[in-house]
Design a protein around this ligand. Structure first.
Ligand code: NAI
Length: 780
């Protein structure tokens, strides 16, 4: 069909069936639309009607209330026009005012009844609605009086009357309507506050207090009513009325018409309006919404120390600095700040301005809050034995040593990939330039130094394959002289986690943005024992060591181009830090693991000074159980180049963590098994850090499926399965699936708690320490 000739219609609708219509334009194009969408559109664009709705407007005999009542009546609502008909100070009583408005509504064809009770008799007002119209949908708490006095002269009566009419009156009327609204799963409530309450006003102490009290009342009703579709909003109107005629000049009084307020009240009362808990200033045909703003604030005490008024004084400017202020929207956000502060105090040493969450420095563009948790694009890395061998040569293996053949000859019966090759695929993830595009990391990346590296293998690396790596910003730290980005990279073969790398990237000159100094996400360096090394191994790098190593994927010209190196302040190209790292690792592997790559668990190093190709690397080793502490020096100069370093080996017998894969039906079993193993390794350290007993009830399908207790309080720690006879400091109940989400870092424990997914009994603050226990198990 075409639009009829001469018609101005641009479109014509053809119903194809009851759900789908075709929209044809006069220019031949056609669009198929879903009928629900059209209905929605028609509803949303239709005039706002109140047919079938019953509204009580208090104090509707004059001023703003009268305007609301007339507007509701005009749009089909049945209106209870309440007014006591007294004077503005709360004296006297008359039915005339309400009757007059009822007549006006009826004259226009509307439905209305009068009620002359005081709002303090809330039940009676609501009963009038029920008697006359059978229900109550909307309450507009508007009745009001004034008894202005300077504060010192405010009498008990001035105070009490104001509170009785405004605050108690609104409470009485609203409470009387509440259960009816709850039962019918619909209700709209308006509270009338005032600029005097929000900002204060000379001579209105009583009135300001009552008016802002109404906002507090509304805030809570908005929360309690939400699930019953009862919405409660607050307005602070300004309009000419008998209440304002003494304080406003006549011209202004005339222009600030009550009809410029009523449309907001009608919209907030409509069933289409989803606003709940809002506060609006309204007048003169303008409406604005208000919310809270909070400064970043300042932690004013040190860990384990009291708090003093002097520190408060000294940090006053920081406390009150609204730069990068936040806008907490609910009590959970407020509480979350305190929880975060407590966790900061655990990890940070000192007093920090701007400690809470964001720490955005708009000027520097550094926002840990925004950056942390961001993922870089996933990267893939395909390799064959060629890359393994090239890497092995790059870190100095040579056919001169026949033990090295297994890493250099693909035909060898034990042909293996060097464990530290694990950094290569992860590097690809980082080098693809993803870091620069992470929001909140507006750094000058030309000033980036590789500060530290941690690598952990969960399986021996295959000698060929296609691996995927996922890099995540684990944390951003402020070290004063620079910033540190902790980048976690997990590398997978298919779905199987092969290895985990943590890069500490130091950006010179980017510190001072007010961030925290330390992070419990950081894999820390450890000082070697205070004795002469148990073993020392030395290797000379060749003049072309860097030229060879770079073929494994780090193409930075700093390692080959003399003029580029000169720009960086080096007299010649330097060796890659990760090349020295490879040298040191294989020294340990040879000294303590008989070159068995499957014994290699993890390595951590800090890069201290550069090495020049051709210099000799000397690795000093100290064996402490399965941990080999290492320090690497340039033999010629004696300069330490790798410090705080260690290699952890898997014990000769227990193999790799694959044993753990023989788990029961629960995914969490795997994680607890791993936790158990780590407690064996590092229990004493964890006990020091955590000092608490955690109980876990893992549920499946609503039933408790497993119980675990992690004792990090006694001795060197222990993991216990099944019912526990001792006392736990805190017990968590969580489903197997949600537990895994928390472990994978996809679900923050605090959020899980607030979302009701994680139930906590006992000392909830200890949930802060969960990260120490649960970190690094992601995707096990
Ligand atoms: P208004 O004096 O014209 O209207 C208030 C009405 O409430 C009067 O008709 C009065 O008889 C009635 N009333 C007083 N006590 C009552 C009681 N105990 N029970 C039942 N009815 C009672 O004043 P206006 O300006 O229309 O004020 C309406 C509301 O707006 C008040 O709550 C007022 O505090 C608030 N407001 C008004 C502003 C303005 O610029 N007009 C500024 C800020 C707030």
């Amino acid at each position: 069909q075409r639009p009829p000739r001469g018609s101005k219609a641009k479109f014509i609708l053809i119903a194809v069936n009851t759900r789908v219509v075709v929209l044809l334009s006069s220019k031949t194009t056609s669009t198929v639309l879903n009928l629900d969408k059209i209905q929605n559109y028609l509803i949303m664009s239709a005039p706002l009607a109140f047919d079938g709705k019953v509204v009580v407007v208090t104090g509707a005999g004059g001023g703003l209330g009268r305007e609301y009542a007339l507007a509701f009546g005009e749009r089909g609502a049945s209106v209870v026009v309440n007014d006591l008909g007294g004077d503005i100070k709360g004296g006297g009583k008359s039915s005339a005012a309400a009757d007059k408005v009822v007549e006006e509504i009826k004259a226009k064809g509307g439905k209305a009844v009068a009620n002359y009770d005081s709002v303090e008799d809330g039940e009676k007002l609501i009963q009038t609605a029920l008697d006359a119209f059978g229900r109550i949908d909307i309450v507009v708490n508007n009745a009001g009086i004034l008894r202005d006095r300077s504060f010192g002269r405010t009498s008990d009566l001035d105070w009490d009357l104001i509170h009785r009419v405004h605050l108690r009156g609104s409470f009485m009327v609203t409470r009387a309507a509440w259960n009816h609204m709850k039962n019918q799963k619909f209700g709209r409530i308006i509270m009338t506050s005032s600029a005097a309450g929000i900002y204060g006003n000379f001579g209105q102490a009583n009135y300001s207090a009552a008016k802002l009290g109404l906002l507090g009342l509304a805030n809570t009703l908005a929360i309690e009513g939400q699930k019953y579709n009862i919405h409660c909003n607050t307005i602070a109107p300004t309009a000419g009325s008998r209440l304002t005629e003494t304080v406003m000049p006549p011209d202004l009084l005339e222009s600030l018409k009550a009809e410029y307020v009523a449309p907001l009240v009608l919209w907030l009362s409509h069933d289409q309006c989803q606003e709940n808990g809002g506060l609006f200033e309204v007048g003169a045909g303008w409406i604005g919404k208000l919310r809270w703003e909070r400064s970043q604030g300042c932690i004013v005490r040190n860990k384990n120390q009291g708090m003093s008024p002097e520190t408060v004084r000294d940090q006053w400017d920081n406390i009150c600095d609204f730069t990068n202020a936040t806008k907490p929207a609910n009590i959970n956000e407020s509480l979350a700040t305190l929880v975060e502060v407590l966790s900061r105090l655990e990890t940070d040493e000192g007093i920090v301005p701007n400690p809470t969450s964001a720490m955005t420095t708009a000027a520097s563009g550094i926002s840990p809050l925004e950056a942390v948790g961001q993922k870089l694009p996933e990267s893939t890395f395909s390799y064959s034995h060629t890359q393994c061998i090239l890497y092995a040569l790059g870190v100095g293996l040579s056919t001169k040593d026949d033990q090295h053949l297994k890493f250099l000859y693909e035909g060898h019966e034990d042909f293996s990939c060097l464990p530290t090759f694990g950094v290569i695929p992860s590097q690809a993830a980082m080098m693809d330039g993803g870091l620069g595009s992470v929001p909140g990391l507006n750094f000058d990346f030309t000033r980036l130094l590789h500060g530290e590296q941690y690598l952990e293998l969960f399986k021996p690396l295959p000698t060929s394959g296609k691996l995927t790596s996922q890099a995540t910003i684990a944390d951003v730290l402020d070290k004063g002289s620079g910033a540190v980005i902790l980048l976690d990279v997990h590398t997978y073969s298919g779905k199987e986690l092969l290895c985990y790398n943590q890069y500490s990237l130091f950006i010179v000159g980017a510190g001072g943005f007010g961030g925290k100094r330390t992070s419990d996400k950081a894999m820390s360096t450890v000082a070697p024992p205070n004795r002469a090394p148990d073993a020392v191994m030395t290797d000379t790098t060749t003049r072309d060591q860097a030229a060879l190593y770079r073929l494994s994927g780090d193409w930075n010209p700093l390692h080959i181009d003399p003029s580029f190196a000169a720009m960086g302040g080096f007299k010649s190209p330097i060796l890659h830090g990760l090349c020295s790292f490879g040298f040191a690792a294989r020294h340990v592997l040879k000294q303590y693991a008989n070159n068995d790559a499957s014994r290699f668990k993890s390595i951590k190093v800090r890069f201290v000074k550069p090495v020049l190709p051709g210099q000799s690397l000397q690795t000093e080793m100290w064996k402490e159980g399965n941990r080999i502490h290492i320090q690497c020096k340039v033999k010629e100069s004696g300069a330490v180049v790798l410090s705080g370093a260690y290699v952890d080996l898997y014990a000769a017998t227990d193999g790799s963590p694959q044993v753990l894969l023989e788990s029961g039906g629960l995914k969490s079993e795997l994680v607890f098994a791993e936790i158990g193993r780590r407690i064996k390794d590092l229990g004493a350290e964890m006990v020091k850090k955590v000092n608490a007993v955690f109980g876990w009830e893992i549920t499946k399908g609503g039933n408790t499926a497993a119980q675990w207790t992690i004792d990090l309080k006694t001795g060197a720690g222990a993991l216990h399965k099944g019912p526990y006879s001792g006392k736990t400091d805190v017990t968590f109940t969580v489903s197997d699936d949600d537990f895994m989400e928390v472990v994978k870092g996809k679900l923050n424990p605090q959020k899980a708690f607030f979302a009701g997914k994680l139930k906590v009994r006992g000392n909830i603050m200890l949930s802060q320490k969960l990260e120490v226990i649960l970190k690094d198990y992601a995707k096990l």
